[in-house]
Structure formats: structure tokens, C-alpha cells
Design a protein around this ligand. Structure first.
Ligand code: C5P
Length: 228
């Protein structure tokens, strides 16, 4: 299991300062909507210059008609990134078109599909999809797998189930990881140990790292707990 740190800080300089603190670690860096909308490809370039081995996950969760998604996917794939994501609810034809477009490129990044946001609880989820998280996340994952994607974004609670319905090598990236008890907007949270038990490949941690007074220490503790 690997660690991905969410760079969701309010300024470019704050994100870069955090990345510099963590630069000797073998981790993923997640550039999300806030940072990418504000800073564009400059953030990706700066991260790679701090540590060329940082693996970069561009978390823009795109959702649109197939042709627009494929165009956007090609633009993302042409940045120096290692992984990006799209919504599984955009449908199989959109997912296939994205994969077909980027497969023409040299060294295309990995592509994950978002299944159910970790901020949804069962009631929030049922209101939109009229079914359970587990059922829909499994169906979305099968669609993504059939469409040739490399994995999904899900909560740790669905990770093992998704692998048994697709393939053990199908990547599960799980946000909503909480080293300690918290009371923020994430509902389907999990500990590091639980995520590992559920065979999560990559855990995403944001606020517990960047809001702490010693982000490097928290990161090292998480890495230790992953390796235990
Ligand atoms: O601060 P926290 O650890 O909750 O950060 C989680 C990160 O993962 C955020 O950047 C959020 O946008 C992202 N994310 C998520 N749930 C998903 C996909 C991405 O929380 N399903």
C-alpha cells in the first residue's frame, strides 16, 4: 500500500512548502481542483522539480460527454503526471473513448474512475442513486474494468469487494483515511490498518497531514503504519 498526500492548501506557496518538507519520501502527490484551477500546470512542473520521483495524481474527476472527456484526458495525459481520474457515472462509452484516446500516446498515465465519493453516507447516496453504496460502487467498478481503466477511487469499505468483482490487480485508491478520530465532511472513513486489510493500493490523506503542526512527522508515522 502506498501513500498519496492531498495538496489542498489555500496557496501555491503553501502546497510547495509542504511538498518540500516531504520531498525525500516515496509518495504520491495529489493535485486537486483547488490547486489546479488556481495554479494550472505550474504546480505539476514545480513538484517534479522538487522531486522527479514524486508520482503525481491529478484529481480533477472529470465528467462530460465522451468527446469532451477524451479531449480533456489527452490534455491531462500530456502533462507530466502519472495518474488522473474521471467519473464512472459518465458511462462506459465515455470511459472507453478516454482510454482509446490516451492509448495512442507514449507512456500514458494511469486512469481511475470515481465510484462513490467518500463524503456520502448511505442516505446521501441513496437520494442520488436509489441504491446502496456497495452495489453501485461494484457496478461502477465493473464498468470501469470492462472499459479498460486501471482502477477506481472508492472508500476502504468497498476496496476488497471491488477487487473480488474485478481483478486483484485492479487498483483501489481510497480517500477518507483518518489516522485519528475527526469530525469533518468525510463520512465513509477508515483507519490505515483497515485500508490495508481491505487491500487498498493507495490511501489518500489530506487534512490530517497538512493541518498538523508537524506534517513530516505525521507522514512518517503513516508510512510506518503502512509498513507494519
Ligand atoms: O482532507 P482529506 O484527507 O479528506 O482529503 C481527501 C482528498 O481526497 C480531497 O482532496 C478530496 O477531494 C479527495 N477525494 C475524496 N473522495 C473521493 C475522491 C477524492 O475525498 N471519492
Amino acid at each position: 500500500m502506498e501513500l498519496c498526500v492531498a495538496l489542498d492548501l489555500p496557496t501555491f506557496d503553501a502546497n510547495i512548502k509542504l511538498a518540500r518538507k516531504l520531498k525525500n519520501r516515496d509518495i504520491w502527490m495529489k493535485v486537486g481542483l483547488r490547486s489546479y484551477i488556481r495554479d494550472g500546470k505550474k504546480i505539476v512542473e514545480e513538484l517534479k522539480s522538487i522531486n522527479p520521483n514524486f508520482k503525481i495524481f491529478l484529481d480533477l474527476k472529470i465528467y462530460d460527454i465522451p468527446n469532451t472527456m477524451a479531449d480533456a484526458a489527452e490534455s491531462m495525459a500530456n502533462l507530466d503526471i502519472d495518474m488522473f481520474n474521471i467519473h464512472a457515472s459518465s458511462g462506459k462509452s465515455a470511459m472507453r473513448e478516454v482510454m482509446s484516446r490516451i492509448s495512442k500516446l507514449k507512456n500514458p498515465p494511469l486512469v481511475l474512475a470515481v465510484t462513490a465519493l467518500t463524503s456520502f453516507d448511505e442516505d446521501d447516496f441513496r437520494y442520488i442513486y436509489n441504491t446502496t453504496v456497495k452495489e453501485k460502487a461494484t457496478q461502477f467498478s465493473k464498468d470501469a474494468y470492462d472499459s479498460g481503466l486501471n482502477g477506481v477511487v472508492c472508500s476502504a469499505h468497498e476496496s476488497n469487494l471491488i477487487k473480488s468483482n474485478t481483478d486483484e490487480n485492479f487498483i483501489t485508491l481510497t480517500p477518507g483515511i483518518r489516522p485519528e478520530e475527526t469530525n469533518d465532511d468525510q463520512k465513509r472513513v477508515a483507519t490505515i490498518e483497515f485500508a490495508k486489510e481491505q487491500k487498498s493500493n493507495i490511501i489518500v490523506v489530506g487534512r490530517p497531514i497538512y493541518n498538523s503542526s508537524d506534517p513530516l512527522h505525521v507522514t512518517e508515522e503513516i508510512i510506518q503504519r503502512i509498513e507494519k
